[in-house]
Design a binder for this molecule. Structure first.
Ligand code: ARG
Length: 589
């Protein structure tokens, strides 16, 4: 469906044309003075220079041509030359009606379907997920859903950090504690035990101990780095231990993401890029881009137009070890070869900006991607506590993600029990989880990704204001009215919309009309916060309408049915939007 604003613009453009002016001047925007009009056009101001005519006179000419428009109830030219526009109720109603009948509420399929890979999550295996992992998961999941909803072929890949120093540290510490294990015996040729020589709980203790020790013991750290190289080279015992660490940690990682309703299509990791590294290094060497610098193999990526220093990208360290950039380049090769990617989107902390800039440039220069392939790093800001510093536990430690979720759910549960005494324990717990997730995700996603934000449990869990629970509350309110309408014997299918009966109803309809435009923007800008802003406006518009309209007690059955049709559409749009943000609404709360 053509976008609502474009339809309105078309009409005003026609007016400009009929009055003898250039049509392009007729571009319309939503009014920035809603007290005066619904939409506005400032084209006459721009036309004044061109036509050497007072803008007000131009506006008056156009207004006159639009006086019997089917789109506008009122077009007024006001000083110094604005066109204030008010829509016909029937025009708005017709658009809303077709939205309800059209797939995806009138969002059009893309001209070309793209193969998009969204790389998000990116947890480093063997370390518990902490609050820092929330953003990548929440934003990435939403972007994946947005791209898919817009009609593209999307693959979400968790890209596990499963090849890094943490693995080497764990193995080094293990060797120190249990040197007798067969994994460390180079002469050993038998099979290794099927069972890991540690539990998850032990692993959680081993890693921080090893990490702490590596900070003061240089030889120990050196050994850990060598262990990483051994893992990468596939040294038998080291590879077997690495596999144990993966097997023990992954279920926990998967559970964490499942609790967040975050689902990956691929559970690949940096290690999967391993086998492709020699090929990529060869390709880079053949392309003549590489050279040796202090024993390392590097590629220059700076460009003349750079305004800051862009250091060379290191491909192999002097000991031959692959680095973060190397695995990312090999992974790009894999995504090009096996997924024919048109677009690669990465979610990672904004402090990784330089890394991605380097990787993208190398990929382009070396032809690992085609010139048309899009590559985008969405660098997100830090999640801070109320003190404005990175979110910590009360004791000052790093907060585990599962504890954060637990705390928010507890708070939601407390609020539910406070207001609803008749609810069963089981339902209260389940509902608290659903609303808790909305509180967390909406709290995160409503901010522009690149900005730091303050994770404020009190605010995020509030049923009032720009919060997830407020949005859910609105949806549940609509569901409850629809349920009662059905109890009264009414059906929800095939109801006819009616022209708005009051101003808040028209307002609500006009908000609905902006859906496809908002979605196109959210996709183009990979910006879930656009959906949040729309949701909040839509929920506000609905609640205003609800407070001024006695829906269920209305005696005129057609009028009532028209409102129910509007409620059904509003609920559907709201629920579609929250699904795109990665959460859902309970039946009641
Ligand atoms: N594991 C990385 C980290 O913890 C994030 C991975 C982001 N994705 C990527 N392809 N580099 O910082």
């Amino acid at each position: 469906m053509k976008k609502f604003l474009d339809l309105i613009s078309d009409e005003v453009k026609k007016g400009f044309g009929l009055a003898g002016y250039e049509e392009e001047l007729g571009r319309v925007t939503v009014s920035n003075r809603p007290d005066l009009c619904e939409y506005q056009c400032n084209g006459a101001m721009a036309g004044a220079k061109k036509y050497h005519k007072a803008p007000l006179l131009i506006a008056q000419d156009v207004a006159q041509k639009l006086s019997d428009s089917q789109v506008f109830e009122e077009v007024s030219a006001v000083a110094p030359g604005f066109l204030n526009l008010k829509l016909q109720r029937s025009f708005v109603r017709a658009y809303v009606e077709s939205m309800a009948q059209t797939e995806k509420f009138g969002l059009e399929a893309p001209e070309a379907v793209q193969n998009i890979v969204v790389d998000y999550g990116g947890p480093n295996v063997a370390k518990p997920l902490h609050v820092g992992h929330l953003r990548s998961a929440a934003i990435g999941e939403s972007i994946k859903r947005i791209c898919r909803y817009c009609g593209h072929q999307v693959t979400g890949d968790v890209h596990l950090g499963d090849w890094g120093l943490q693995m080497g540290l764990i193995i080094t510490e293990l060797k120190l504690r249990k040197p007798e294990l067969p994994y460390f015996d180079e002469a050993y040729e038998g099979d290794y035990p099927a069972e890991a020589p540690f539990t998850m709980a032990e692993l959680e203790e081993i890693y921080p101990a090893a990490s702490a020790r590596s900070k003061t013991d240089a030889a120990y750290k050196q050994e850990a780095m060598e262990a990483v190289v051994k893992i990468q080279k596939g040294v038998r015992g080291y590879h077997a231990l690495w596999k144990h660490i993966m097997d023990i940690s992954l279920p926990d990682v998967k559970k964490n993401y499942a609790d967040l309703d975050v689902e990956f299509d691929l559970w690949k990791g940096e290690s999967d890029a391993g086998p492709l590294i020699p090929e990529v290094v060869e390709l880079l060497e053949k392309s003549g881009l590489t050279y040796e610098s202090e024993g390392a193999l590097v590629v220059d990526v700076k460009e003349e137009t750079d305004t800051k220093e862009i250091p060379p990208c290191i491909i192999l360290k002097s000991d031959g070890a692959a680095l973060y950039a190397t695995t990312d380049l090999a992974t790009i090769k894999d995504r090009m070869d096996s997924l024919q990617a048109d677009s690669l989107i990465y979610l990672a902390d904004k402090r990784q900006e330089m890394h991605f800039l380097q990787v993208f440039r190398v990929a382009r220069k070396a032809g690992i991607v085609s010139p048309e392939t899009k590559m985008k790093h969405i660098g997100f800001g830090t999640m801070n506590g109320k003190d404005g510093k990175p979110f910590k536990t009360r004791e000052g430690g790093v907060m585990r993600l599962e504890y954060l979720i637990r705390d928010v759910n507890e708070e939601m549960y407390r609020k539910i029990m406070e207001s609803r005494h008749e609810i069963s324990e089981e339902e209260a717990r389940r509902t608290a989880k659903t609303i808790g997730l909305a509180a967390i995700k909406y709290g995160d996603l409503s901010n522009q990704a690149g900005k730091d934000y303050i994770f404020d449990v009190d605010r995020f869990t509030s049923f009032e204001g720009d919060t997830g629970p407020y949005i859910l509350y609105t949806i549940v309110r609509i569901k409850s009215i629809l349920g009662k309408y059905q109890e009264q014997g009414g059906g929800l299918e095939g109801l006819a919309f009616k022209d708005a009966q009051n101003a808040p109803e028209k307002e609500l309809m006009m908000k609905l009309c902006g859906f496809n435009e908002m979605m196109e923007g959210a996709f183009a800008e990979t910006a879930p916060h656009r959906i949040c802003a729309y949701l909040y406006d839509l929920a506000n518009a609905f609640n205003k309408f609800y407070h001024e309209t006695k829906i269920l007690t209305e005696e005129d059955a057609d009028k009532k049915a028209g409102w129910i049709a509007l409620l059904v559409l509003t609920r559907n749009v709201l629920e579609t939007c929250i699904d795109l943000l990665g959460f859902s609404a309970p039946e009641r709360m």
